[in-house]
Design a protein around this ligand. Structure first.
Ligand SMILES: *[C@@H]1O[C@H](CO)[C@@H](O)[C@H](O)[C@H]1NC(C)=O
Ligand SMILES: *[C@@H]1O[C@H](CO)[C@@H](O)[C@H](O)[C@H]1NC(C)=O
Ligand SMILES: *[C@@H]1O[C@H](CO)[C@@H](O)[C@H](O)[C@H]1NC(C)=O
Ligand SMILES: *[C@@H]1O[C@H](CO)[C@@H](O)[C@H](O)[C@H]1NC(C)=O
Ligand SMILES: *[C@@H]1O[C@H](CO)[C@@H](O)[C@H](O)[C@H]1NC(C)=O
Ligand SMILES: *[C@@H]1O[C@H](CO)[C@@H](O)[C@H](O)[C@H]1NC(C)=O
Ligand SMILES: *[C@@H]1O[C@H](CO)[C@@H](O)[C@H](O)[C@H]1NC(C)=O
Length: 652
């Protein structure tokens, strides 16, 4: 199917060019020569017949970009290539992103001109007889994502310069002859790592403790971390805090008998029901106690208290009048606003509860003239009017497409109100978790990407231009415009509540250090944003009981699933229907995982996050054409299983 799409695309393109009467050389001439030079020097199976008289873009295993101006990927797994890789051949494919030569019988060193493949993202050379040192040129390929040199005859030490490869997520060096000690390798996003069955000795660096024992076994004399302790007099080091202890539990439970599993499931369902029942009863009781106090249109309560404070009836003149008391209690609008109503109008508006958040209740208020705004009624504000005004001044200045504008505020003894624009398309939380499975249209991948990027831009603007910590990033604070551009709301309110109240009261998004310090920072925002990305990817609410384990948050859950096996299980089932998004999902997952590092300093800044997501999008145009048949042939990408229909395997 994918092949057909590519072909028809080419036909359309061809017709288009013909009809314009333009003769375009749709052939990557230089790349073709490089490929021909390669294939003429390397003996190979007869199956691989690259016909000189047709475009290289139609050759088996070769994929070009949309314009057919360069070769994007070369995948030649198991095509009987024999002997050394000649230099000045593949090293000339300057735009190459993916190179797979796995499972052949290639020998000798990796040519030094591979260092010119600076855009290379995936390099699969496993299952050959390549030898020599760790190819030094590879440490310059800073975009490398996956590097697989396993099952070859490489020797010598593993260079420290592997740290140059900051984008690396998978490094596979098992079954070679690497010797010496392991360097302190710590690419931030490394999730797959294997150096088993080499000749390594010495202690395992702490940065690699998180990988399981099987990643290190079969070496001469490695110790520490998951292996035996290096010092016989001291117990082995405690497991890294990043490693969730539930992994072994998870494993064990897999082996439980069906009866035991059923018993556990029934037990937990019963317990959950009981808990819900208790909660419900408590809630009802409290509501019954409170409800008489709540006025019908809640904003009217504000009206009354305002009126009481001004000591007058709630007539318009009294409130907007010149008396100093009233002056102080005015609704304050920010410059550049589009609204012209006063407090009185607002109080007369019909109001509907949108949600009760951690800092107060939000109402949708429809004014008599038809304007709709959101009024947020803050509770537990501790700061003085002066401090409140100062913070409002800061927040009122923030103007960005991806930030919900704060239009006005009101401060009195009893009432603190904020007025925001109303976003018609609702919150991300509602879109992602609302009425799941009941025939609604799921949020598709492109829109999720769009939301991720636009929300990141909004938050980066807050941080960089506004110098404001959001403090409460969560999916219910991501509001959407009709075309799925995200805007972030409820920013910068933490300073109003002092230190007595825990910031970011929704547990699932709270950075670990915030629990202790109770201080939100730019980096704790980044953490919360990472959780938000995980929510987009997994479709799971961060505080959801459905993560399967008790007391486990979303980042831990994802880490445990990902570490066990690089599996598709983490992704939202609703995304399974979309094709060719796997690479992007994995990339976004990597970004999310970087954001949720336990150590704040290891998290990227928001601008960096924006840049990373933008970088992903840049390949959008290539998604169609990179839709190559041998996807998944690298042997490490998640099983395609339920996601895409079995794709056509490479014809070689
Ligand atoms: C190469 O392609 C041309 C044009 O399609 C065809 O005429 C020729 O027979 C092909 N050569 C081989 C060796 O397949
Ligand atoms: C592909 O062609 C389009 C228009 O023909 C051009 O705008 C674009 O820059 C080209 N892309 C590359 C990568 O050459
Ligand atoms: C890399 O490419 C440049 C120019 O394209 C060339 O001068 C250089 O020799 C190449 N490097 C190697 C190691 O071949
Ligand atoms: C690391 O990357 C930089 C920048 O590309 C490069 O100049 C340097 O040579 C690399 N270091 C090693 C040891 O390859
Ligand atoms: C690779 O290493 C193995 C074991 O060290 C050796 O038997 C084999 O001959 C080597 N192959 C090549 C091509 O060097
Ligand atoms: C590791 O082995 C090398 C020889 O291959 C030796 O020189 C070095 O001392 C060993 N290191 C440790 C820590 O045992
Ligand atoms: C590492 O590679 C070995 C040998 O291929 C394999 O048995 C082991 O499961 C791998 N471990 C990890 C963590 O990938």
């Amino acid at each position: 199917m994918s092949a057909r799409r590519t072909v028809s695309f080419r036909i359309v393109l061809g017709l288009l060019l013909l009809s314009c009467g333009v003769r375009v050389n749709s052939e990557p001439t230089q790349d073709k020569q490089a490929l021909l030079a390669f294939i003429s020097q390397v003996p190979h199976a007869n199956r691989l017949q690259w016909n000189n008289s047709v475009s290289a873009c139609s050759w088996v295993g070769v994929v070009c970009d949309q314009n057919q101006s360069y070769v994007y990927s070369v995948r030649l797994p198991g095509v009987g290539l024999v002997g050394p890789i000649p230099s000045k051949t593949l090293g000339r494919l300057s735009q190459l992103r993916v190179l797979s030569l796995r499972s052949n019988r290639l020998t000798g060193p990796v040519p030094s001109d591979f260092s010119n493949l600076t855009l290379l993202r995936n390099l699969y050379l496993q299952g050959n007889e390549l030898s020599g040192e760790f190819p030094p040129g590879l440490t310059r390929l800073e975009r490398l994502n996956r590097l697989d040199l396993s099952n070859n005859n490489f020797t010598g030490s593993i260079p420290f310069a592997v740290n140059n490869l900051t984008q690396l997520t998978g490094l596979f060096l098992e079954n070679n002859g690497f010797s010496g000690s392991l360097p302190n390798i710590s690419p931030p996003n490394l999730v797959k790592f294997n150096v088993s069955h080499n000749k390594l000795n010495g202690s395992i660096p702490r940065s690699l403790y998180k990988f399981p024992e099987s990643a290190f076994t079969g070496n001469v004399d490695l110790c520490g971390g998951p292996l035996r302790s290096c010092n016989p007099f001291f117990p082995g080091p405690a497991p890294s805090p990043m490693t969730p202890p539930l992994v072994p539990v998870h494993k064990k439970s897999k082996k439980l008998s069906t009866a035991a599993i059923i018993a556990i499931v029934v037990g937990s369902v019963l317990a959950l029901c009981l808990l819900l029942l208790i909660l419900l009863l408590c809630h009802r009781k409290r509501r019954r106690q409170h409800s008489p106090k709540l006025p019908k249109p809640p904003v009217a309560a504000a009206a009354r208290s305002v009126a009481a404070e001004a000591g007058t009836s709630s007539s318009k003149d009294d409130i907007t009048g010149a008396s100093t008391e009233a002056e102080r209690n005015k609704l304050v609008f920010f410059d550049g606003g589009v609204y012209s109503f006063d407090l009185e109008d607002l109080l007369r508006a019909s109001a509907e509860v949108l949600g009760k958040g951690s800092v107060g209740t939000s109402y949708k208020a429809v004014l008599e003239e038809g304007t709709t705004v959101v009024v947020k009624r803050l509770k537990d504000v501790v700061v003085t009017k002066k401090d409140f005004d100062m913070q409002m001044e800061v927040l009122g200045k923030i103007k960005h497409d991806n930030v919900v504008p704060l239009r006005a505020f009101y401060f009195s003894q009893d009432e603190k109100l904020l007025v925001y624009d109303y976003m018609t398309a609702g919150s991300l939380s509602a879109l992602l978790h609302g009425s799941r499975g009941s025939g609604r249209t799921p949020l598709d991948w492109d829109n999720r990407m769009r939301i991720a990027l636009s929300a990141a831009r909004g938050l980066a603007h807050l941080h960089v231009s506004g110098k404001v910590v959001h403090g409460n990033i969560k999916s219910s604070n991501i509001l959407l415009r009709p075309e799925h551009d995200a805007t972030i709301s409820d920013f910068g309110l933490n300073p109003l509540f002092g230190t007595s109240t825990p910031p970011n009261r929704v547990a699932g998004y709270r950075a670990p250090e915030v629990v202790e310090t109770r201080k939100v920072t730019f980096k704790s925002d980044v953490y919360s944003f990472g959780v938000l990305l995980l929510e987009l990817l997994t479709g799971k609410a961060p505080n959801q009981a459905s993560l399967g384990e008790e007391g486990i948050d979303l980042p831990r859950w994802v880490q445990s699933v990902v570490r066990e096996e690089w599996t598709a299980e983490v992704f939202d089932v609703e995304l399974m229907r979309y094709h060719n998004i796997e690479e992007e999902m994995v990339q976004l997952l990597q970004i999310a995982m970087a954001c949720v590092s336990t150590v704040p300093d290891q998290r990227p800044g928001m601008q960096e996050v924006v840049r990373m997501i933008e970088d992903m999008n840049r390949d959008d145009g290539l998604r169609q054409s990179s839709d190559d048949p041998s996807k998944g042939s690298d042997g490490h990408t998640p099983p395609q299983g339920s996601r895409t229909p079995p794709s056509v395997t490479p014809t070689p």
